[in-house]
Design a binder for this molecule. Structure first.
Ligand code: GLC
Length: 569
């Protein structure tokens, strides 16, 4: 490939999602509208002007459906209603119409792999006899061993422990086992059953009719389990599962053979069916949460009649390193481009350690995805993490394609790394007896107004379902709004310039003429984005500086280490 070859080109008349910036809202931690310490839909609606000001195109809300909240709403007991914790359907309609006025789309989180154990279908399955139509909605099996006392196979739960739970029959005798790839409160549906397919067509239409711009699909590569439910050879509790360390040496078929419940080929017809439902409407989106590696394989899930895009977890998992970033960007643009899908870019979400904290560590020393960081782990250098996070975000947001922002990263929020066990709510914590502390540290409520009360203005009462670390008072939005050089202003500026120069749908090429061995530079629609990875400053090329992450500028015209600058050439 020639050094300055254009790697990505605008697609004419492109759909909105090809270039959009989507802001992830974790409803229970975004803004509390009723003072009970848990964020809600009213809270989101109230803060919409703030999001419009930030410059995003759409919000994706993590689940707000009726749920016993055993996995923070990813355990749904009614797909067509709102949990009273978050409000009601009228609040959702209000959110959609208020968003529309501001030009913001609303994306709903669909959880198809499993329901809550409190869903009426699962309750009916428990009450019905073995072999009944009710049981056939889920994956019930007889146990192994003399009296069925052993689980049907050796599959592990992602959250620790076994993926099977044995039920007790109405007469008190021990019964069959049901499968739950996640918590025991999240039984897996049987997606080979046509009744399950039909039920979800209805769920999709319900939200599309109400004005949802589309769906983020949870565990988008799950759903189908290999026939016969064979044991797996290597126990791996990450959601990639199949992504063995040397995956690059394996063929896709070999990777798929490796794990019997992630990325099975029979999931594709389900996606195609959903895609047809979406195409009954104008321009709606399905974004896949599919932890599949390598990126070439992930691209198979965003072919023209499947998901519209997938979270780029290869990018999320990339350290702040010139060579590795170059490689993952090349691979992303090529792999997704090959199937006509936009690449996406993402650094944080509600399942991973926030990138302002991740970048404070040597990449190899980080815990596995989902395990989190607790008080017993080496504590991060907060200033270093923030500096690299700002540089990395500004570098990411100039790339062409879809970008995702996780609430609070625009404030530079770190992970809560000292949260005590008593507060931990992620099922991972209890299921591993605290060995893996889990994901609560990235889910802490946002600080809006510094020291307004104990929750820094998250709720009017100071209540907060998880306590904030004391540092959050320094990151509150009111301290950053309008303050030159604040992380919030850096985000606003790059998002504004991204829109102004249409970078989401831009023409991208590397810019070797502006690089030396310690910098990385690309040009997108005439905007040069340059990052400095060295321990020393570099000279800023001539041109108009559109945005910079640098606040501690010591020598005029130089870009210090771990900083990013945008220049109009
Ligand atoms: C997805 C969600 C995660 C949830 C899991 C089970 O990975 O992002 O938060 O726990 O699915 O639904």
């Amino acid at each position: 490939m020639a050094n300055n070859e254009i790697l990505y080109q605008t697609i004419a008349n492109a759909q909105w999602w090809r270039s959009s910036v989507i802001y992830q809202i974790y409803p229970r931690s975004f803004a509390d509208g009723n003072g009970d310490g848990i964020g809600d839909l009213k809270g989101i609606t109230e803060k919409l002007p703030y999001l419009a000001d930030l410059g995003i195109d759409a919000i994706w809300c993590s689940p707000f459906f009726k749920s016993p909240q055993k996995d923070a709403g990813y355990d749904v007991s009614d797909y067509k209603d709102i949990d009273p914790l978050f409000g009601n359907l009228q609040d959702f309609d209000d959110l959609v119409s208020a968003s529309k006025k501001l030009g913001i789309k609303v994306i709903v989180d669909l959880v198809p792999n499993h329901t809550s154990d409190q869903h009426e279908l699962f309750q009916a399955a428990l009450a019905a006899p073995e072999g009944s139509a009710e049981r056939a909605m889920y994956i019930f099996r007889d146990g192994k061993g003399k009296n069925g006392e052993l689980p049907p196979n050796n599959w592990p739960s992602v959250f620790g422990g076994n993926a099977w739970t044995r039920i007790t029959n109405a007469d008190g005798t021990a019964g069959q086992w049901y499968l739950h790839i996640f918590d025991s409160s999240q039984p897996d549906l049987d997606w080979t059953n046509p009744a399950v397919l039909e039920m979800f067509d209805g769920v999709l239409r319900f939200w599309l009719d109400r004005g949802a711009a589309g769906f983020r699909i949870d565990v988008a590569h799950g759903m189908i389990k290999r026939a016969g439910l064979p044991d797996i050879e290597v126990i791996d509790t990450t959601m990639g599962g199949a992504t063995a360390k040397d995956e690059k040496d394996l063929t896709f078929a070999e990777i798929e053979a490796f794990n019997p419940y992630w990325g099975q080929p029979e999931v594709h017809p389900i996606i195609r069916r959903w895609r047809k439902v979406l195409e009954e409407y104008d321009d709606r989106l399905m974004a896949a949460e599919a932890w599949l590696g390598p990126l070439d394989r992930m691209a198979n899930w965003v072919r023209p009649d499947e998901y519209h895009q997938a979270f780029n977890f290869g990018y999320l998992d990339c350290p702040w390193d010139k060579a590795e970033l170059t490689a993952v960007i090349n691979e992303s643009l090529r792999a997704f481009g090959n199937v006509g899908a936009p690449s996406t870019w993402v650094l944080s979400n509600h399942d991973v350690v926030r990138h302002a904290t991740r970048f404070a560590y040597e990449h190899a020393t980080l815990p596995a995805q989902g395990d989190g960081i607790g008080p017993d782990f080496a504590q991060p250098d907060e200033a270093k993490g923030l500096r690299l996070a700002r540089a990395a975000s500004a570098f990411m947001l100039g790339l062409p394609g879809g970008a995702y922002i996780y609430q609070g990263e625009e404030l530079g929020l770190p992970e809560h790394t000292t949260l005590g066990g008593a507060y931990r709510q992620d099922p991972t914590y209890a299921r591993t007896q605290g060995k893996r502390v889990g994901r609560d540290g990235c889910r802490v409520p946002l600080p809006w107004v510094s020291k307004a009360n104990e929750s820094n203005g998250f709720s009017s009462t100071g209540e907060s379902w998880l306590p904030q670390p004391s540092s959050f008072a320094r990151y509150a939005r009111d301290l950053q709004d309008g303050v030159a050089g604040s992380t919030l202003e850096v985000y606003k500026r790059v998002l504004k310039m991204r829109k102004q120069f249409n970078l989401g749908a831009g023409n991208f090429r590397w810019a070797p003429e502006f690089m030396d061995e310690t910098t990385l530079a690309y040009i997108n629609n005439g905007v040069l984005v340059l990052a400095n990875f060295a321990g020393k400053s570099v000279v800023i090329p001539a041109g108009e500086i559109l945005a910079t992450t640098q606040t501690d500028l010591t020598i005029e015209g130089e870009l210090e280490h771990d900083q990013t600058v945008w220049i109009k050439l």
